[in-house]
Design a protein around this ligand. Structure first.
Ligand code: UGA
Length: 435
């Protein structure tokens, strides 16, 4: 198959690289000349484990190419994937579809022969139909179908999620398009991956429903953790106990400081907007959004309480700034709520993150950024663990204690064992576990 991918952001680049790994001939298109030139030299603009190797390998093998010229790529492609950004629109929280519609117009002007136009960007229900209309109006002679094929990639595990997905969702309106999509994903038949064909609307909504459900699971266990703390239960035992029920499932039941990232916050807001506009507001989704926002803000109060009620003269070491490990992404990270709150309570903050420092420096002011974990801990009155990077899981606790002024640890990801930490002499706080 000859495939063009419009947009070399996170989704476009991962999809393009993985399709080329499947054996298809892929051209990734972006307007940003510098980015395209960099990609040809193997320079990957995002941090995603395994992506660099995959890009370099397939570029060298000739399966994967990069270009700024959309015209040639689209006119020769059998399938064109739209993988441009759909950020939250300022003010109303709806998905901003400007880039999707602009891509649809550009594609329309360059179609030649039957082509399947596939929407991979996360878009509200009904967008496929609008894209269809834009292409039809821009180029009435074009032979094409518009398909919805949402992505379910987790940052940090995107290659694995693409190459071994639980399922592939494809919303189609025509058999010809269905055949093309089946050919594109045929390599997955090796793993007997279900390819679920639905209507376009169902596929579009499945993406939002999936993310909202996962966000709801996390929010549920976070609230359950608060209850566990009050009644002396252990949230991990409760999560395991309910997760072993196949109807519930054990994944996404790890408590923490609240979900962040570029997807859950944005998609829950957009889904709530869609449902409100349709006259059936999803109250449960609205509650998830509110509870999560409040939780991220409340985490600073938890830190202050663990420090004895005031941090005004204290230096606090923060380890982990990104919204989760294995990414440099800081979007909607709990650290962006917690750190400014601690600073306004008078604390001095030292911080370190393995990959997110560049972005963090742009987003957080008044923070002393350090070279590594141990430098961050020097002379600190308390340690706050916000992101569960592997390198924070096995810190030398004797060294940590000797570097810090006071042995107070607030572990917002429960990466350490409370009894063990107490054994080292730490005042140790975590989430949803008996103290
Ligand atoms: C999420 C979904 O998991 C993907 O399936 C989806 O494709 C993607 O959004 C998207 O829409 O593009 P992602 O945002 O990369 O992926 O990250 P997750 O691993 O889902 O984590 C999201 C947030 O939830 C993080 O802040 C994480 O720390 C938090 N989380 C996750 C928990 O607090 N507890 C858990 O048990 C799981």
């Amino acid at each position: 198959m000859r495939i063009a991918v419009i947009g070399t952001g996170y989704v476009g680049l991962v999809s393009g690289a993985c399709f080329s790994e499947f054996g298809h001939d892929v051209i990734c298109i972006d307007m940003d000349t510098q980015k395209i030139e960099g990609l040809k030299k193997g320079k990957i603009p995002i941090f995603e484990p395994g992506l660099e190797d995959l890009v370099i390998k397939n570029y060298k093998a000739g399966h994967l190419n990069f270009d700024t010229n959309l015209q040639k790529a689209v006119s020769t492609a059998e399938a064109v994937f739209i993988a441009v950004g759909t950020p939250s629109r300022r003010g109303d929280g709806q998905a901003d579809l400007t880039y999707v519609y602009a891509a649809a117009k550009d594609i329309a002007q360059n179609l030649s022969g039957y082509t399947v136009v596939v929407n991979k960007s996360t878009v509200p229900v009904g967008t496929g139909e609008k894209v269809d209309k834009i292409i039809r109006e821009t180029n009435p002679k074009a032979q094409f179908d518009v398909v919805s094929n949402p992505e379910f990639l987790r940052e940090g595990a995107a290659i694995e999620d693409f190459m071994r997905p639980d399922r592939v969702i494809v919303g189609v309106t025509a058999d010809e398009a269905k055949d093309v999509m089946a050919s594109i994903y045929r390599p997955l038949s090796l793993f007997q991956t279900p390819i679920v064909f639905t209507s376009r609307e169902s596929a579009e909504l499945t993406k939002y429903a999936g993310n909202a459900f996962l966000a709801m699971k996390i929010t549920f266990i976070n609230e359950m953790a608060d209850l566990c703390e009050r009644v002396g239960a252990n949230v991990h035992d409760v999560a395991k106990g309910i997760g072993l029920d196949g109807r519930i499932g054990g994944k996404f039941l790890h408590p923490g400081p609240g979900f962040g990232g570029s997807c859950f916050p944005k998609d829950t807001r957009a889904l709530f907007e869609t449902s409100s506009m349709a006259g059936v507001p999803l109250n449960i989704v609205e509650t998830v959004i509110d509870v999560n926002e409040k939780r991220k803000k409340d985490m600073a109060a938890r830190v202050i309480a663990a420090c004895g009620g005031s941090v005004s003269t204290l230096t606090i070491a923060v380890l982990g700034l990104t919204f989760k490990p294995n990414t440099d992404d800081m979007r909607e990270s709990p650290s962006l709520d917690i750190i400014p709150e601690l600073i306004s309570a008078g604390a001095s903050i030292k911080a370190y993150d393995p990959e997110g420092m560049k972005e963090a420096k742009e987003l957080l002011s008044g923070v002393e950024f350090c070279e590594n974990s141990y430098a961050t801990l020097e002379n600190a009155d308390a340690l706050v663990l916000i992101t569960e990077w592997n390198e924070f899981r096995a810190l030398n606790m004797d060294k940590v204690k000797s570097l810090m002024k006071a042995p107070i640890m607030i572990d917002l990801r429960n990466i350490y064992d409370p009894a063990e930490m107490r054994g080292y002499g730490f005042t140790y706080e975590s989430i949803g576990r008996p103290t």
